[in-house]
Write a protein that binds this ligand. Structure first.
Ligand code: FMN
Length: 331
């Protein structure tokens, strides 16, 4: 048995480690391989359906086919990521149906990102499931708990994807009195960093970047190679992809901000619509990137500062198992 925490209890897994959802990198084989290693692995529904070939725009049943493929590869627990930021009615409707499908297919662990998770908590709790909410600060943490979240994914300033402002120590300090499990997201690539997070008092970690550099992830070899070769100084951020800071590989050469018009709209009452538009444009670009087409130097790979300790491409099962086991040896 692995190290037991509130996360392992909630998620029904052996190790207190989550392979986080990643658009566009979460392909079914990666999710299955990470789950097989004894941790929790999260499905990213847009990634599974629209990037990795399980799209059926008329019935949205493609997600069910993707989940069943994962089920053929592993019978270990898997989770589901619901990005619930204010967007179009159509997006909400689709996400709501996707959550129903995930519940029907037996998924009981959900991670919500952005937005108010009250309606997701209502649906999931009715099935006896669990919802953890992504946060970068106390304001959103308190809101998430008021909405019914059972735990918090604490996104720090070393994370891949959207990053926060606070260090892993500062985030814990800020949220530790809230009496729900706190999961450290950002900057974990190795056993040492995992131990540091657990010693601080977190109930577990969520990792992304480390799981891109794996045999099972179908991201292009150039992307995996860039992660293996980068140091933390090569990681910077840009708002150009989604309107808020996203960690990317590229150092000083990366343009950090969008043009003045987009910046202005992002600070106006049109901010949600502008974010949907900006994200939509980069969606297609990142989708092409996930399929191996890097067309211009402006195309960016997202990764966090955990690149510093990622030195090889390995199996996601091996990584999950090794990191989980390292916690047991520590005791
Ligand atoms: C390329 C990439 C895409 C991501 N996409 C999502 C996403 O769609 N939904 C989400 O909740 N988190 C997303 N994340 C965040 C990860 O789930 C995880 O919290 C983060 O990568 C942890 O930081 P690390 O990369 O330092 O391990 C993404 C991260 C990366 C690197």
């Amino acid at each position: 048995m692995g190290m037991q925490t509130r996360l392992t209890e909630h998620a029904g897994v052996e190790h207190p480690i989550i392979c986080g959802a990643m658009y566009p990198c979460s392909n079914p084989e990666l999710v299955a391989a990470a789950a097989e290693g004894g941790g929790m692995a999260i499905i990213q529904p847009v990634s599974i359906t629209m990037v990795h070939g399980f799209n059926d725009p008329d019935t949205i049943e493609g997600l069910r086919v993707g989940i069943r493929l994962i089920r053929e590869l592993t019978d270990k627990p898997i989770g589901f990521n619901a990005l619930i930021e204010k967007g179009s009615e159509k997006y909400f409707e689709r996400m709501s149906k996707w959550i129903d499908i995930a519940l029907e297919e037996g998924i009981r662990f959900f991670v919500t990102s952005l937005g108010k998770p009250d309606w997701v908590c209502e649906k999931v709790h009715a099935y006896g499931g669990i919802v953890y909410h992504d946060v970068t600060n106390r304001f959103h943490a308190e809101k998430g708990i008021q909405c019914g979240a059972d735990g918090l994914i604490c996104v720090n300033n070393r994370a891949g994807g959207h990053l926060g402002d606070l260090s892993m120590e500062e985030m814990f300090e800020e949220l530790s009195d809230l009496d729900v499990p706190l999961i450290c997201a950002g900057g974990i690539g190795s056993e040492e960093e995992l131990k540091t997070a657990m010693d601080i008092g977190y109930d577990g970690v969520q990792m992304g970047t480390r799981f891109i550099a794996t045999n099972e992830c179908t991201a292009p070899d150039d992307y995996k190679g860039a992660i293996v070769n980068a140091t933390e100084d090569d990681i910077t951020w840009t708002t150009k992809l989604t309107g808020v800071p996203v960690a990317v590989i590229g150092g000083d050469g990366v343009k950090q901000h969008s043009n003045w018009l987009v910046r202005r709209l992002l600070n106006s009452r049109f901010k949600h619509r502008t974010r949907v538009l900006v994200t939509g444009i980069s969606f297609w670009r990142m989708r092409a990137l996930a399929k191996g087409k890097k067309n211009s130097a402006k195309d960016l790979w997202s990764a966090g500062k955990s690149v510093e300790t990622v030195h090889s491409i390995e199996s996601a099962t091996t990584i999950m198992d090794r990191l989980g086991e390292s916690l047991i040896e520590e005791r």
